[in-house]
Design a protein around this ligand. Structure first.
Ligand SMILES: [Fe+2]
Length: 392
């Protein structure tokens, strides 16, 4: 079997590594970057040392702080205008997944001249674009190492998936010190997103030895450290482990693609603005229970990597422990159901067919060990509403 493994050209990992940003830009041969940043992150001053270091190094920096949560095609177009208007040669995405994905999409659109919606799957955007450098401030999305970004189509109210080497950062700086002030909810939601990436890599129909090793590492790190990072924000060891776990999960999933949880999660986010990691978490126990019988060995491996089953446990026992483990973790980390999140039940039921259509057209449910049809997906959404996890 031939596997095509994609990673950024440079990954600089470790506490304090943000100081190396000016040297990294020099190695990439760029000197006029656009810094695409979350306004909240800018206000917190997290980027100040990096901005000062770049200016001191003579780098001609422009800053775009118009990033919004669930970034849209309109946000991307604004960033593209800045790239063109001030003649930028590169983009730095600084913040959570929204800032990184906005920066990725802006670099692609500015380089190719194509509209955002022309780039979405099933097209694979394997194109050469201006260098994009990712600096995550959360341990979760893995977007700093993936060849994927998600942008909302404002007209169709659909989260578009853009896949291909054009969306793969040229480089990333993975500095866990940038996550030390990350609040509880964001730590949990992004951490559960990373956990979902690792799980969806390990059980994926496209899984390979490379992704499997990285996903196992990610599950071990996240299983051991997520709850500590959430309850003790300043715990450096937990934050460092979570950052590494999220990056390993991103590397794994970038080389397999996601599966059914992400497929079902994106429409929930698009229609009801549930944070991405949270809508994944709402689906974790349910979709695992639904899929278990189709890949018992892989789900058992995930349970063992998380530390929820022992090496000597049968796959069947480990699979059940995985579902129960996700139910318990969600309860301890206060993950709501769509109902308790406050979504309007009537509207939820009304859009189920369109959510199912969007889920299937994203292509990722087809990577799941058990592949649902539209009716199955609607039934899964119905069960997810109040957190029911039937025996499948
Ligand atoms: Fe994700």
């Amino acid at each position: 079997m031939i596997n095509r493994i994609l990673t950024p050209r440079e990954l600089i990992v470790g506490g304090g590594s943000i100081a190396q940003l000016p040297a990294l830009l020099r190695r990439l041969g760029v000197s006029r970057p656009l810094l695409v940043i979350d306004p909240g992150v800018l206000k917190l001053g997290l980027a100040e040392p990096a901005i000062a270091a770049m200016r001191a190094a003579g780098i001609d920096l422009d800053i775009f702080a118009g990033v919004i949560e669930d970034p849209t095609d309109a946000t991307v177009d604004l960033a593209v205008e800045r790239i063109r208007g001030s003649n930028r040669d590169s983009v730095i995405g600084f913040g959570g997944g929204s800032a990184i994905d906005t920066g990725k999409a802006a670099a692609i659109v500015a380089s190719t001249g194509e509209a955002v919606h022309a780039l979405k799957v099933p097209r694979i955007v394997d194109l050469s674009v201006m260098p994009f450098i990712a600096v995550p401030t959360t341990a979760g999305t893995g977007s700093e190492v993936t060849r994927a970004c998600v942008i909302t189509d404002t007209q169709r109210q659909e989260k578009m998936l853009i896949l291909g080497t054009a969306a793969l950062p040229a480089a990333a700086i993975v500095d866990f010190e940038l996550t030390l002030t990350c609040p509880f909810r964001v730590t949990v939601d992004t951490g559960l997103d990373a956990l979902t990436h690792a799980l969806e890599a390990i059980i994926n129909r496209n899984c390979n030895a490379h992704a499997d090793a990285l996903a196992s590492s990610a599950l071990a790190l996240i299983g051991a450290h997520l709850e500590t990072a959430a309850s003790e924000p300043g715990n450096r060891a937990a934050r460092e482990a979570m950052m590494l776990g999220a990056t390993h999960a991103g590397l794994a999933v970038s080389n397999t693609s996601t599966a059914l949880i992400h497929g079902l999660s994106r429409p929930i986010g698009a229609f009801f603005h549930v944070p991405h990691g949270l809508s994944n978490a709402m689906l974790l126990p349910l979709v695992t229970a639904y899929s278990l019988s189709a890949a018992p060995r892989q789900y058992a491996a995930a349970a063992r990597a998380l530390g929820w089953a022992a090496a000597g446990d049968s796959d069947e026992h480990a699979g059940r422990a995985l579902v129960q483990g996700f139910i318990g973790l969600n309860a301890r980390l206060k993950v709501p159901t769509p109902q308790s999140f406050g979504i309007d039940g009537e509207r939820y039921r009304a859009v189920l067919p369109e959510m199912a259509r969007q889920a299937l057209s994203s292509g990722t449910p087809q990577n799941n060990p058990r592949v649902p049809d539209s009716d199955d997906i609607i039934e899964l959404y119905r069960n997810a509403w109040d957190g029911r996890v039937p025996v499948f």
